[in-house]
Ligand binder design. Structure first.
Ligand SMILES: Cc1cc2nc3c(=O)[nH]c(=O)nc-3n(C[C@H](O)[C@H](O)[C@H](O)COP(=O)(O)O)c2cc1C
Ligand SMILES: [Mn+2]
Length: 483
């Protein structure tokens, strides 16, 4: 068994031991209060709250911002990935994710009688989603959000490939909720298009409260055909137990806290949003697919979960920055491009990329990023290999000192992400926008003499002979320094 255990409850114990979880015993209202507390917890890098006493819902709990900003920032993500050191560096986290992506493991099928998520089975006709402490997170949101830290499971009717992803889901009434499906950018939306063209409902399973390894797989940007269940096994270090649904042939993590089986109706759209988003701005409302519940199964005294996105940082940005960086490094490597490192300070938006400047290399990288959904939606920042892209201060230093005004580029007609707050009214019409490229690297065409005269870095590493540096490092504490 991995260090973080097999289910959400094991993980909560790990968080508690590591002082990254607070049990909130005071009664808290699901209506805005839980949202306000968990947002402030993100902004203060305070532990994740586990609301044990939710108004109107005795016996049920609500866990918020499980992988949100901790101390240090990525502490809870490090623990979710099975690392013992919660102070693991961003670089170590990206490498751990890459290891999980390489070491995928097949899921293990389990019988329904040994699946904790089936302890209570509520048939569709009796299901009432208002029986669960679904939070209204922010005042600006369009409703109560049943799915923010969830896994939406769907099957491609053509290839039978199963996709897991996290798509926000808003409660509509006792037996229905909306699912935000975007046909161009998501697998879920693309697959739904196939059901809808055939006039058929799309069966889905909305999974709440699985082990974080499963949620991490669901939010990793993977290509069509890759099994997120196997990637979850890679992150967990062992095959994830799956069990069949009651009313469709999908499979779900057997030890999840709750599974809502439903179908998304063809040709039907309902109001969805607005919703406070990972860009730190509120995503506008639109029309979304409508899911009708066919069955609810859950553990006794289920623990519900919620994310709380907002102005950095939040529990979407923390995991997704690391996951996307790992995926981008792997994908660029597969295209034969030797980048030193990629890091997303805000996921999906504008990666910082360290690469040795060579003729054409930046264009080749842009070619890959711009044709991979979610890889780069606003822009890209290129720096030299000596810059640590995970350190915002270094990236900003490179931008401020090495970028020539004339090297700034704009690429026209890039795909627009509707959540981009900088889109003009015209961009929103055409769903196209400009893509900016910051070239914060020094031209490789300059001679060695010119570089030596004007571009030497003045820091500890570059300004003294090796033997003197070694001596200073060895004697550091002798000088009276404690750190
Ligand atoms: C907390 C959280 C909420 C998310 N909500 C959405 C969402 O509502 N819609 C969406 O398209 N992506 C959302 N994402 C991002 C996707 O889950 C992620 O990009 C995933 O890899 C998409 O999978 P897909 O490629 O199978 O569509 C969310 C991510 C997180 C961490
Ligand atoms: Mn996918």
């Amino acid at each position: 068994m991995s260090a973080t255990g097999r289910d959400l409850r094991d993980f909560l114990k790990v968080l508690e031991t590591e002082r990254e979880l607070v049990r909130v015993r005071t009664q808290v209202d699901w209506n805005l209060e839980a949202g306000a507390i968990s947002r402030l917890a993100c902004e203060r890098q305070a532990p994740a709250p586990l609301f044990e006493n939710v108004k109107d819902y005795p016996g049920q709990q609500l866990a918020a911002v499980l992988l949100g900003p901790g101390r240090p920032m990525h502490a809870r993500l490090a623990l979710a990935l099975g690392l013992e050191n919660k102070a693991a560096s961003v670089r170590q986290l990206i490498d751990q994710v890459k290891e999980g992506l390489r070491q995928r493991r097949r899921p293990v099928q389990v019988e329904r009688r040994s699946a904790p998520c089936k302890e209570v089975v509520v048939p569709g006709a009796e299901a009432n989603l208002l029986n669960y402490p679904i939070p209204w997170i922010k005042s600006v949101d369009g409703g109560r959000y049943i799915g923010t830290w969830n896994i939406v499971v769907v099957k491609d009717p053509e290839s039978q490939w199963v996709n897991w992803a996290t798509y926000r889901c808003m409660l509509r009434d006792e037996q229905s909720f909306t699912v935000l499906l975007l046909p161009d950018a998501q697998h879920g939306g693309h697959i739904f298009g196939k059901y809808e063209a055939a006039g058929k409902p799309m069966p889905i399973a909305l999974v709440i409260g699985a082990h974080p390894a499963a949620h991490l797989a669901a939010i990793t940007s993977l290509e069509h055909g890759v099994s997120e269940a196997e990637v979850a096994g890679g992150y967990l270090g062992e095959g994830v137990p799956l069990v069949k649904c009651e009313t469709n042939d999908l499979e779900v993590p057997a030890n999840a806290e709750m599974v809502i089986e439903a179908e998304i109706l063809p040709g039907v759209r309902a109001d969805e949003g607005p919703f406070g988003e990972y860009t730190g701005h509120v995503g506008h409302g639109s029309k979304a697919g409508l899911a009708r519940v066919t069955c609810v199964t859950h553990r006794r005294n289920p623990i519900h979960t919620m994310a709380n996105m907002g102005k950095p940082h939040d529990d979407a940005a923390i995991p997704q920055s690391i996951l996307l960086s790992a995926v981008a490094e792997e994908r660029l490597k597969r295209h034969g491009i030797a980048v030193k490192a990629v890091y997303y300070h805000t996921p999906q938006v504008a990666p910082a990329i360290a690469v040795k400047p060579e003729p054409g290399v930046h264009q080749r990288i842009l070619g890959v990023l711009l044709t991979s959904p979610r890889m780069a939606q606003h822009g890209a920042i290129f720096v030299d290999e000596d810059v640590d892209v995970t350190d915002l201060q270094e990236v900003f230093w490179a931008m401020s000192t090495r970028m020539h005004a004339k090297s700034y580029q704009v690429i026209d007609n890039a795909m627009a992400n509707p959540l981009n707050p900088a889109l003009t009214p015209e961009d929103r019409q055409s769903l196209q926008t400009g893509f900016w490229v910051v070239n914060a690297w020094l031209p490789y065409t300059w001679s060695a003499e010119y570089r030596h005269a004007y571009t030497q870095v003045a820091d500890f590493a570059n300004s003294w002979p090796e033997d003197l540096k070694r001596k200073v490092l060895e004697r550091w504490h002798d000088y009276g320094y404690e750190r």
